[in-house]
Design a protein around this ligand. Sequence first.
Ligand code: SAM
Length: 212
Amino acid sequence: MEHNFWHERWEKNEIGFHQNKPNALLEKHFRDLSLAPGQRVFVPLCGKTLDIGWLLAKGYRVVGAELSETAIQQLFEDLGVPPEISELGPLTRYRARDIDIFVGDIFALDSKTLGPVDAVYDRAALVALPEGMRQDYVAHVREITATAPQFLLTFDYDQAEMPGPPFAIDDGMVRKYYAADYDIERLEELDVAGGLKGRVAAREVAWRLRQR
Ligand SMILES: C[S@@+](CC[C@H](N)C(=O)[O-])C[C@H]1O[C@@H](n2cnc3c(N)ncnc32)[C@H](O)[C@@H]1O
């Protein structure tokens, strides 16, 4: 997707992907990653998800990457903490206690700038990207996180019924993107209540990925 597509979504507040409560599969399964409080979780393409507040409340540190500065201003307003803001070349860093967010293109974020991470939480990130970008995204996240374990959420539905995003990702695609570097476990699937965008029957699927 072009950057302008996402900037427009945020400027027009067309953010149907934003959930008004923490993700149910995150709440149920994130513990399967066996992280200890204080460990650092990377949330790529994070938007202003309430899942960040949930992770912080569980005692994890959070680092995110997001294109839209509007999203990140709103994230810090929602969290009720004033960010310290600094420029880092092509990125802008918003930080506060236990949280760092890099605003800009995730492909401009390198491992040194990101710093060590213990896990990745991918909700509505892989599925937000068109097929032509996904392999590069998967390789980039693997590289900058040193193949840290991932908690991944995908949507599976009939792509003929609706264009993405979110794009449909079936089991074979998850294996194609991740099997070379990660052991893959399919943890659970849930029907999307009311259908995706209120019209297409879909399942949300939770995955645990661990370095092979
Ligand atoms: C579908 S939204 C999901 C946001 C969040 N994960 C959530 O669950 O609410 C995808 C987000 O990715 C951001 N994004 C898209 N392309 C990006 C890129 N190349 N680098 C960083 N962020 C990007 C968009 O601005 C948007 O906020």
